[in-house]
Design a protein around this ligand. Structure first.
Ligand SMILES: *Cc1c(COP(=O)(O)O)cnc(C)c1O
Length: 429
């Protein structure tokens, strides 16, 4: 498959360049040259296929033969070695639990996948690849765990001292090996600025291969389309059709992957994006004006985004026509009070503990689903990752999964630096 930058559609690059660069030189996001349509028979029989089989068939057109097919099959099975179950919650509302990976967040799949793809490319190189990532919490843990022990790749996670939660910090500071945690005396914005400066720094780039693993990278984004195929397959196995899917959204990468799945032929009736108070896209769908603004802090903080980076990909998918975007996505946004009320009501009514992000998805379905439809929202993180928000709302402790508890046993190892490029360079070189 060839890929092009949205800013210069005529210039095609191969998978390797698109993945290693992440962002094109002209600052455009990459898109696949074509999104292949899978045969109707595939979707008719999809309920009989396993998760790795579905992943292999739906991702192969994007990654093979750049990556050898047989090898790709084992890579897929290795990246997706945990369950992604559909659970029924109430009436016609179901959830797809995306939090059964190592860090209990949906970003695990994209990160594990990208790590293995990069691991393939590094085999042919005489240098190691160094991933720099700035995190306000969740991305750092998913990337660090995804790339953990992948030969030929080093990861440096920059995070603001004292500004990430305990669980999150433990998830990327206790690994060691090829993962280095860098605790910055500054804010998340400082971390992000330092990473950008490092990518521009001539000396650093002459001494080492630097790349990013942020969510705009296609090797992270495309694998997420598997969720939608697999969620559909599980509902189909229960003879449930007229499926409406709802995605809690921040940078709109996950829902872009859903739209890619739909373009491949996945017969989902409608897609809904749910946001917190950062409602730039829902507003756009109301008035046709895309007006990015500074994000506001909410209790669903992984979705606190004021200028979603994948919005341009959605525009691109629908040929920049507002009417087409509007015909393919609906959206709604929720305040913190509404999110808390949803978590409380669903827990009291059904016993299911939502996390604050998933709660926006549940609520959107409850408001927008027709009685004849079957709704499936993405539960993007385990509620135990947000005990300080969830526990006061439901009035009890959230059971902590073993794999999350295990992180607490590890010892924090981090290099503390000031928020300056020279300090970062001293750690890297
Ligand atoms: C990143 C994240 C989201 C938002 O996903 P996007 O692809 O950025 O829209 C939602 N929920 C959780 C828990 C996340 O970590």
């Amino acid at each position: 498959m060839k890929y092009y930058s949205i800013n210069s559609p005529q210039r095609m690059v191969g998978l390797k360049e698109a993945v290693l660069k992440g962002l094109a030189e002209d600052k455009g996001l990459y898109m696949p040259k074509l999104i292949p349509q899978l045969p109707t028979s595939f979707f008719q029989n999809i309920d009989k296929l396993s998760l790795p089989e579905i992943a292999f068939e739906t991702l192969k057109p994007f990654f093979c033969p750049d990556i050898d097919e047989t090898h790709f099959a084992s890579l897929v099975a290795d990246a997706l070695n945990f369950e992604i179950p559909v659970k029924h919650i109430s009436a016609n509302i179901h959830t797809l639990e995306l939090f059964h990976g190592p860090t209990c967040a949906f970003k695990d799949v994209g990160a594990r996948f990208m790590a293995r793809i990069l691991g393939e490319f590094v085999k042919g190189m005489d240098k190691e690849i160094n991933i720099l990532v700035a995190t306000s919490g969740d991305t750092g843990s998913a990337v660090a765990n995804g790339f953990y022990k992948v030969p030929g790749i080093n990861v440096f996670v920059l995070y603001p001292k004292g500004l990430v939660s305990d669980v999150q910090e433990k998830q990327f500071t206790t690994l060691g090996q090829n993962i280095t945690a860098i605790e910055v005396n500054g804010t998340f914005d400082d971390c992000q600025r330092m990473v950008k400066e490092a990518f521009m720094d001539a000396e650093l780039n002459s001494k080492m291969v630097l790349t990013s693993a942020n969510s705009i990278n296609l090797a992270r984004l495309l694998p997420q389309s598997v969720y939608y195929h697999y969620g559909y397959a599980q509902l189909k196995a229960q003879d449930k059709d007229d499926v409406v899917m709802c995605v809690p959204s921040g940078n709109f990468g996950n829902i872009t992957a859903a739209l890619v799945a739909a373009r491949m032929g996945l017969p989902v009736k409608r897609f809904i994006a749910a946001t917190n108070a950062n409602d730039v896209v829902p507003q756009y769908l109301v008035n046709g004006k895309y007006q990015p603004r500074k994000s506001v802090a909410t209790i669903a903080n992984a979705m606190d985004v004021g200028d979603p980076s994948n919005f341009v990909r959605i525009e691109n998918l629908f040929e920049h026509q507002y009417e087409k975007v509007k015909a393919n996505i609906e959206a709604c946004s929720f305040t913190d009070e509404e999110i808390r009320a949803t978590m409380k009501r669903v827990f009291e009514k059904t016993g299911y503990i939502l996390d604050p992000h998933g709660a926006t998805g549940y609520e959107a379905l409850e408001r927008m689903l027709q009685p004849s439809e079957n709704g499936l929202f993405m539960e993007t993180a385990h509620p135990a990752k947000f005990p300080e928000v969830v526990e006061p709302v439901i009035g009890q402790k959230v059971p902590v999964p073993d794999r999350l508890a295990a992180f607490f046993k590890g010892t924090k190892q981090a290099k503390e630096i000031n928020a300056a490029l020279t300090d970062l360079k001293a750690v890297l070189i």
